[in-house]
Ligand binder design. Sequence first.
Ligand SMILES: [Zn+2]
Length: 330
Amino acid sequence: MKFLHLTLIAVASFAFATIASAYVLEGPTWSASTVTFQLRLGNAGRTLTDGNTSWDVAAQPAVLAWNANMGSLQLAANINPGAPLSSGDGINSIGFSNTANGQSFGSGTLAITLYWYSGGRMTEADVYVNNKMSWDSYRGPLRYGSNTYAIGDIQRVLIHEVGHAIGLNHPDQHGQNVDAIMNSVISNRYTTSADDIRGSQAMYGVGQAQPTPTPSPSPTPNPNQPRVSVSVAPGTASVGNSAIFTITLASVNPNAPTTVSYSMSGSAGATLYSLNPAGQVTIPAGASSANVTLTVLKRPKRSRTAIMNLGSSSGYIVSTPSTATITITR
Ligand SMILES: [Zn+2]
């Protein structure tokens, strides 16, 4: 099995070591709050594996993939068949090409991002997609062509290249061993990883809106199952302070512990606070409740909410209130 390398050629190269962080930054960042890419990949001329018939439509989610978690920067993608693909024109373009702005692609290179910057600020980024490679649009594990090379998934490759365009480098080429779409080698990963997101947030802060988790389907309630609910006190906390979520059983089970899972949502990013215990809490046999302590680690620029959502399980019934909200104040 051969791997294809996604290569970055920067206008000038940076080796930028970060301490205790696996992501690696290129150095320059955007100061604009919105950066728009012109998509000029064109029509596929066939139906791709994910059902798209346009490379541009298949590519749009890749540009937008970084938005949900970033604070001060948002990306936009215009389908614009007439957009030029050339570096130094001030237009951020993504298109197929047989060269990267006149330079040949290296062997096995799927795409190259060229960026321009001045005074530490990005001014332009263009993604040149190698039109000599095999392309499709699909999710899931890598698929391989008859030549044993991976078939380029336009979406995951462009999530990677757009990662370069916002300022991320290859962790694996800077001594880091981490699950990241920013690694230099294309892999079964087709979405941003937690480390990729942390890298984007190191440059642009934490996005305001964290997506609310989709509730898992609940099993049919058994009336004999324990019922759990959640409350929190105090309802606000600031940096250095804590609040206690209390998960309560409606009826004590003297014979067995009850482990209750939970997830967090709300406008506060996960780096703003810690949770102990994280992810789930066990109510001991004979006890009626257990606590999760939220400690505020950072001062937000404005008030944020952290919402505990009790997870469903075959071992208990989620009763009301099933959520509890704390406001993290400045
Ligand atoms: Zn790369």
